[in-house]
Design a protein around this ligand. Structure first.
Ligand code: PBG
Length: 325
């Protein structure tokens, strides 16, 4: 008449629950993505991402220092240029906004954090694609790799510790590795966006970077229905020399994250993208959800699924909560 197994015994008190809790989130596991806007004179909140700003070079420095003080593991920088062109020249220019901001942060923060840069052309092209276009308007994979190689060396030279090539071009990890090595940047890491899906959850980010894209990225980003293909991408990136691999977005792809974590022999990252952030913020603003609990629950799920590192726009704030615990 009594149940012979009582899992509830391990849930009886806060102390018991704390003792048996399986999944932890530490500030060092969180990476803060940040946006720096060329020519900006004051930070401007991104309307679709309340609480996230377009930074000036100065306000970026302050936000970065605050994040480092809170104990976050690293920063991922995105640049929003003033001028765009067909080949994304601003991306390879040492004085381009992203490279200039990397140099600022490296001189300010040194090696006290891991400075990462988005190695992709979409913010810098006037057509908004992640690569350069062929005469017929399609994205030219191999011509894009040549620009990525130049961009990567410029970012390493500016002070990035790690690069995040997010354009989903075939062969990008191998090409960047050789370009960096040839230029003497053998210690600059590559965090491969191995499994990046053509996702509706990037919507608010596209506002954030003032994306010029019309159409979609389905010829390079993955079909949301494909899991096996993610593993193929990971295997290729590992063979090409990736130092870490990433799944993006996170919450809608936890199964992919788990499968990647099972085969990867390098650290696994997950990117909790703009739409994941804005969904929780919007529901919280309507009083429909407990914001802070929902944030921790999403991050816990992403860690539980197998992410060693989580990129999240809440990184600094959450790091502060965890410290208080
Ligand atoms: C492309 C890039 C994207 C994101 C980061 N880098 C997506 C895209 O436009 O396809 C998305 C980040 C987010 O949504 O938070 N360089």
């Amino acid at each position: 008449m009594f149940p012979s197994h009582r899992p509830r015994r391990l849930r009886t008190t806060p102390a018991m629950r704390r003792l048996v809790s399986e999944t932890t989130i530490r500030p060092r596991q969180l990476v803060l993505p940040v946006f720096v806007k060329e020519g900006a004179t004051s930070p401007v909140e991104i309307s679709s991402m309340p609480g996230v700003h377009h930074h000036t070079r100065d306000s970026l420095r302050r936000a970065a220092e605050e994040a480092v003080r809170a104990g976050v593991g690293g920063l991922m920088l995105f640049g929003v240029p003033q001028r765009r062109d067909a080949v994304g020249s601003g991306a390879v220019d040492p004085d381009g906004v992203l490279n200039a901001a990397l140099a600022d942060l490296r001189s300010e923060l040194g090696d006290s954090t891991v400075l990462m840069a988005d190695t992709c052309l979409d913010e810098f092209t006037d057509h908004g694609h992640c690569g350069v276009l062929a005469a017929d308007g399609t994205v030219d994979n191999d011509a894009t790799l040549e620009v990525y190689a130049e961009m990567a060396v410029a970012q390493a030279r500016a002070g990035a510790h790690a690069l995040g090539p997010s354009g989903m071009m075939d062969g990008q990890i191998g090409v960047l590795r050789s370009a960096l090595d040839e230029a003497g940047f053998t210690d600059t890491s590559l965090i491969a966006y191995s499994a990046k899906y053509a996702s509706a959850f990037f919507g608010p980010f596209r506002d954030a970077v003032e994306s010029q894209l019309s159409g979609d990225r389905k010829t390079y980003q993955q079909d949301p229905g494909n899991g096996r293909e993610a593993l193929r991408e990971v295997v290729l990136d590992l063979a090409e020399g990736a130092d870490a691999v990433m799944v993006k977005p996170a919450l809608a792809y936890l199964d992919v994250l788990r499968a990647v974590a099972e085969i990867s022999d390098v650290p696994v990252a997950a990117y909790q993208v703009s739409g994941e952030y804005s969904m929780v913020e919007a529901a919280a603003r309507n009083g429909w959800i407990d914001r802070d609990r929902a944030i921790l629950e999403t991050l816990t799920s992403i860690r539980r699924a197998g992410a060693d590192v989580v990129l999240t726009y809440w990184a600094t704030e959450v790091a502060g909560w965890l410290d208080r615990d």
